[in-house]
Design a protein around this ligand. Structure first.
Ligand code: ADP
Ligand code: TYD
Length: 721
């Protein structure tokens, strides 16, 4: 039972179809998604209507009308957010959400009926104000619905709701374009925007009906505290003011762990080094620059589409391109270029977004501009996803970043359309050819010219790999590994290895590493080689103590970074006291796990910055990499199923963790096929052993010293065991 008294459960998030318990969540999801669809649809619908109402006027008047609607739709969020939270906490959730939707329905419906610019502006403000009340109330619905459920389920459900709330933005833009096409075919130009406005009203009405029937939503507790990003509303202006007063120290100096939840810990971990003041300012600048090109484009999209020969359908396509691109970017951002520095990725994404605005402003073909807008959206989405993770989702710094983006967006939508109106259309003659540049195009170009240098400064401030050239770093990341500059690779003692061979076995739990490493060592010994069998963690005296700490389930609360460093410490000792001496005397070293385990488990598994872990380890091992790494690939559930002993601390991690580890190993191996052997470990043991022997044979030195061979004229033949 939860606070609402309803016995509902969040099997929802698990989405097992047919289970009746899913229904409350599903209804909440539908209600929230529909309301959001109405919200997103109201933006182009009302701006388009303002444009239609002023179609006989000059460009400046049209631009003002559109800018007015946009500004009034953003303003309430900036000024009245905390007030809304205060009011929302005292109201019945279901009734409030339904009433807000009915009010938005009535307001939107009244706009084409009154058919005047002032009322359109007033209605836009009132709709946005009503939305503001809806956000914290709706945001509190999930915590109330899932009270007492485990955190992972809650997280899953939260993500699903966020997808519904923000995923409806591209749907709305495309729907708007389709409605405009239909309206174009059926009605005259004068009523073109009306259809979208009526559709918006209907969506709100349906949302109200769905919400009203969802009885389990009734509760007088907004409870949004547990719903970062869904229902949190802070005072953006206050935050900005405080941020400034503290000279840019509103963002945390280190990992924002305290009270910030798992996301924040991850985010802190992603910031390879604790951000200094320069990096914090870089992050803030990035937040500003992300919003600038996107908001400027949204602000003049309708005018720009018209200049390019498109009507409202063109406007919808532009917004649709931008929104779809952004959705992809938000999804891809955290998954993109795993070995690449997150800070560099953020900087690059911001520069890309700013640069993309240049062709958006100059190209004279609407279809191409739609694609370019999608690209711009993609860059903004990636930047936002990476930036918020760096700042610490759910933490104060996330709110700060959001506030910065909101204020920048507001300034852009307020200033760019009037600027476009002021500039007006220009015709440039280039010899024979003439080039028509509209006011919106020039205004966008100006925004791009301002954004690009700001983006470059943000990149510089954020850069945590200073001195390492970008092109090889990026190209290495594209191939799946971390670029190590030649001088860094040489750090630590030189790799002295006359005759030894170094072979590592890697893979997930229960993949058969220990079994195959042992068999390989036996086979090699049988053929006369000096073989040292070893493993990580725990091959040395100190290592055994570290291993106990690392794997004991009693060890709780060990931070991801400390865990990484402890594995690296074990490895440093392992290399110095076991591996290197053995190789120096010419032995073959066979190790069960090595550095890739840290990249896969601590990097991919714990979602930390893989490049930072690679650097720490490169130093720990003094650049000593295996000649061959055998990767045994097995689905985690199969591997864990093979284990007989009770699960240790790492084995007890959730399935998603082990899945990420598997993907991590695979990415590392695929990037360097010369040094890896990828083996399907689900096959019979003997088959795997043969495949491994076949490959090891290729790298084995001649066991008989070369001088001796001349004398004996024999060549050692290694046969299958
Ligand atoms: N190819 C295989 N097929 C089925 N079971 C295997 C195979 N290889 C190893 N096993 C079994 O799986 C379990 C885990 O193997 P082990 O070598 O300890 O894995 P790891 O060291 O990767 O955790 C052992 O009981 C082992 O006998
Ligand atoms: C070497 C290494 C191991 N690990 C984890 C993986 C395993 O769960 C555990 C090692 O335990 P171990 O009992 O050696 O596992 P396995 O038999 O699967 O090799 O430590 C890391 O997370 N990072 C590392 O760098």
């Amino acid at each position: 039972m939860n606070r609402t008294g309803a016995s509902r459960p969040l099997r929802a998030a698990e989405s097992q179809p047919g289970e009746s318990a899913i229904r409350p969540f599903r209804r909440l999801w539908i209600a929230l998604s529909l309301s959001s669809l109405g919200h997103w649809l109201s933006v182009p619908a009302l701006t388009a209507l303002a444009g239609t109402l002023t179609r006989g006027d000059d460009l400046p008047v049209r631009a003002q009308a559109i800018a007015g609607v946009l500004v009034l739709m953003v303003l309430p969020a900036l000024l009245l957010g905390p007030l809304a939270v205060l009011v929302a906490g005292r109201l019945d959730r279901r009734i409030t959400m339904a009433v807000v939707d009915v009010v938005r329905f009535a307001l939107v419906l009244s706009v084409p009926l009154v058919d005047a610019v002032p009322w359109t502006l007033a209605a836009a403000f009132l709709v946005a104000f009503a939305t503001l009340l809806w956000i914290p109330v709706a945001g509190g619905a999930l915590p109330a619905l899932v009270d007492g459920e485990p955190e992972e389920r809650y997280e899953e459900a939260r993500r699903s709701l966020l997808r519904g709330v923000y995923g409806s933005a591209p749907v709305a833009a495309v729907l708007f374009a389709v409605l405009a096409l239909i309206a174009d075919a059926v009605f005259g130009v004068a009523e073109r925007a009306d259809l979208a406005v009526y559709a918006t009203a209907v969506v709100f009405l349906v949302a109200a009906a769905v919400t009203f029937t969802a009885r389990e939503l009734s509760a007088v507790d907004a409870g949004a505290a547990r719903a970062p990003g869904l229902g949190t509303m802070s005072a953006p202006l206050k935050l900005l003011f405080q941020g400034q007063r503290r000279s840019g120290r509103a963002l945390p100096d280190g990992p924002p762990v305290a009270g910030a939840g798992a996301d924040a810990e991850q985010a802190g971990a992603h910031a390879a080094v604790p951000p200094g003041a320069g990096a914090i300012r870089g992050l803030a600048l990035a937040g500003t620059v992300i919003a600038l090109p996107a908001a400027a484009l949204i602000a003049v999209a309708r005018l720009h589409a018209r200049d390019l020969g498109g009507g409202d359908a063109g406007y919808g396509s532009l917004l649709g391109g931008l929104a779809i691109g952004a959705a992809f970017g938000l999804f891809l951002g955290p998954r993109m270029l795993a070995p690449f520095s997150r800070r560099r990725l953020l900087g690059l994404a911001v520069i890309t977004a700013a640069l993309a605005l240049v062709p958006v402003a100059l190209v004279q073909n609407l279809a191409v501009v739609v694609f370019l807008a999608a690209f711009l959206g993609l860059a903004c989405g990636v930047a936002w996803a990476v930036g918020t993770r760096l700042a610490g989702d759910a933490a104060r710094s996330y709110a700060y970043l959001r506030a910065l983006a909101l204020v920048t967006g507001l300034i852009a939508v307020a200033a760019v359309p009037p600027l476009a109106g002021l500039i007006g259309a220009h015709r440039i003659s280039l010899g024979e050819a003439v080039y028509d540049l509209g006011g919106p195009g020039v205004a966008l170009l100006i925004v791009a010219v301002l954004s690009v240098p700001a983006a470059v400064v943000a990149f510089r401030r954020l850069d945590d790999r200073r001195g390492i050239p970008l092109p090889p770093d990026l190209s290495a990341a594209l191939r799946g590994h971390v670029y190590t500059p030649p001088e860094q690779a040489e750090a630590g003692p030189a790799v002295v290895r006359d005759r030894g061979v170094f072979i590592a076995f890697e893979g997930g739990e229960g993949a058969g590493k220990t079994t195959q490493a042992r068999l390989a060592a036996i086979w090699l010994r049988d053929h006369g080689y000096d073989v040292v069998s070893t493993q990580e963690p725990g091959a040395t005296k100190i290592g055994m103590r570290l291993r106990a700490m690392l794997l004991d389930r009693e060890t709780t609360g060990l931070s991801a970074r400390a865990e990484t460093l402890l594995y690296a410490a074990d490895r440093a000792d392992h290399v110095a006291n076991v591996i290197r001496p053995a190789l120096e005397r010419g032995a073959i070293v066979v190790t069960d796990r090595y550095v890739d385990s840290s990249l896969a488990y601590q990097g991919f598994g714990r979602e930390q910055n893989v490049s930072a872990i690679a650097r720490v380890n490169a130093w720990a091992i003094g650049g000593l990499l295996p000649d061959l790494t055998v990767l045994l690939e097995l689905p985690p559930e199969q591997g864990l199923g093979r284990l007989a002993s009770p699960a240790d601390r790492i084995e007890s991690e959730p399935p998603e963790f082990h899945e990420r580890v598997r993907e991590g190993f695979h990415a590392l191996a695929e990037a360097d096929p010369d040094r890896y052997l990828i083996v399907d470990a689900s096959r019979p043991q003997a088959e795997i052993t043969r495949e491994i022997q076949y490959r090891i044979r290729e790298i084995l030195p001649d066991p008989i010293p070369s001088g001796t061979e001349d004398v004996t004229s024999t060549f050692p033949a290694i046969t299958d065991a």
